[in-house]
Design a binder for this molecule. Structure first.
Ligand code: FES
Length: 116
């Protein structure tokens, strides 16, 4: 699968609350800042397709706002549950701009969140 880098936002404009939800090339992307730095994951819980970006971040993990599954933001790994891991996206900062590497193909239905 081919991928392309996309500019997101200047690093110094990243929201103070530590997370930013956006849509790039058809993908819902959650970018979050943890003690380890910036991470980008697919903004779609692997349990029942909720948007994860409404969840709380603690100790490097985001908690799904629907039923509480937790996912490590650095690795996408589901912790304390048996759901599939999240897809992660490569992220870099170039010239002060946050850039994210996104597949050129649109997400499958099982990678697309349900939006209420
Ligand atoms: S939809 Fe996320 S835990 Fe159920």
């Amino acid at each position: 699968m081919s991928e392309s880098w996309h500019k997101l936002i200047a690093e110094n404009e990243f929201p103070e609350e530590g997370k930013l939800a956006t849509k790039i090339a058809g993908w819902h992307v959650l970018v979050a800042k943890t003690d380890d730095g910036l991470h980008a994951v697919n903004d779609r819980c692997t349990h029942q397709a909720a948007l994860l970006s409404g969840g709380r971040i603690r100790r490097g993990a985001i908690m799904c706002p629907l039923h509480g599954a937790r996912f490590e933001l650095e690795t996408g790994r589901c912790i304390g549950g048996t759901y599939r891991d999240l897809r992660t996206f490569e992220l870099r900062v170039e010239g002060g701009e946050i850039e994210i590497c996104i597949p050129d193909e649109a997400p499958r239905i099982d990678e697309t969140p349900v939006q209420g």
